[in-house]
Design a protein around this ligand. Structure first.
Ligand code: SAM
Length: 291
């Protein structure tokens, strides 16, 4: 039988089940088996690898994952897709579909229950674009024991996730993701490989989860607060952003200046020029100076 992702089979499945796309759920299905090959190749799947998929849709990617990996567990929010997935994934006995919003799911427990004994665990998905960032951040912050992510998302978000300091895309999202992973864009995907085509360009992003975070900080929450505050107004200096954005910043300007000096960061620099290591130094110095 032809791949689910061939345009003719996708159309046939959708028509037979009378399925209509829900834009609000980010439903843009892949209709190009070549892209799916490239995604599974980028993820380096073997039968010793377990895969978590988010949003299987009608199973286009799931089928390729099931062929290449040992086991696939897919979270799908849309109940209407369950009978379709039952049918399209019937040939594969190593797939489990969980009808849950991944943002509300206890993914850690699912991993413990479903992937005991697997050498490697990957998240591979064509993500729903309305919640790309919350999904990635949830899985990273919950410290789900995955080795990496290979995910399709909006190119613009991919650029921000993988951005380096002093570029216009670099911001608190770059830092949050790069704190946990080594991030890169694997390849760009044209709109034409989706049904219906999305309004934006897409990219496959590869995130290799680090064994240790990129920098050592005592208080992660404060580190992320400092980075977000530093980018609150991009055209302002780091000092101005910290004065205006940190609690008690206005009254403690002297302490802020002392912390910047201690961290060897010129107060007139902009947040977008600071590396992760500099943000880590700054966070420690701010704490040491009673901020
Ligand atoms: N994997 C399929 C493909 O590549 O053709 C479909 C990808 S489509 C971009 C996104 C999928 O995510 C849809 O099936 C949608 O119903 C599902 N989805 C949306 N929000 C979700 C959520 N919060 N949790 C789980 N699945 C979700």
């Amino acid at each position: 039988m032809k791949d689910i992702a061939t345009p003719s089979r996708t159309k046939d499945i959708l028509a037979r089940h009378g399925f209509s796309f829900k834009k609000s759920l980010g439903q843009n299905f892949l209709i190009d088996p070549n892209i799916l090959h490239r995604i599974t190749e980028t993820a380096g799947l073997t039968k010793e690898t377990g895969v978590i998929e988010i949003g299987p849709g009608i199973g286009a990617l799931t089928e390729h994952l099931a062929r290449a990996a040992g086991k696939v567990v897919a979270f799908e929010i849309d109940q209407r897709l369950l009978p379709i997935l039952d049918e399209t994934l019937a040939p594969y006995d190593n797939v489990k579909v969980i009808n849950e919003d991944v943002l509300k799911a206890d993914v850690k427990t699912v991993v413990e229950q479903e992937f005991a004994g697997f050498e490697r665990l990957m998240v591979v998905a064509n993500l729903p674009y309305y919640v790309t960032t919350p999904i990635i951040m949830k899985l990273l912050e919950d410290k789900i024991p995955v080795n990496g992510f290979v995910v399709m998302l909006q190119k613009e978000v991919g650029d921000r996730i993988s951005a380096k300091p002093s570029s216009k895309e670099y911001g608190s999202l770059s830092i949050a993701v790069q704190y946990y992973t080594e991030a890169s864009i694997a390849f760009i995907v044209p709109k034409t490989v989706f049904m219906p085509p999305p309004n934006v360009d897409s990219a496959i992003v590869k995130l290799d989860v680090r064994e240790q975070p990129a920098v050592q900080v005592e208080n992660e929450d404060f580190f992320f607060q400092v980075t977000r505050t530093s980018f609150a107004q991009r055209r302002k200096t780091i000092l101005n952003n910290l004065v205006n954005g940190l609690p008690g910043g206005k009254e403690k300007k002297d302490h802020l200046l002392a912390a910047l000096e201690e961290a060897e960061i010129d107060p007139s620099r902009r947040g977008e020029t600071l590396s992760l290591a500099e943000f880590a130094r700054l966070t420690q110095a701010l704490e040491a100076n009673g901020i």
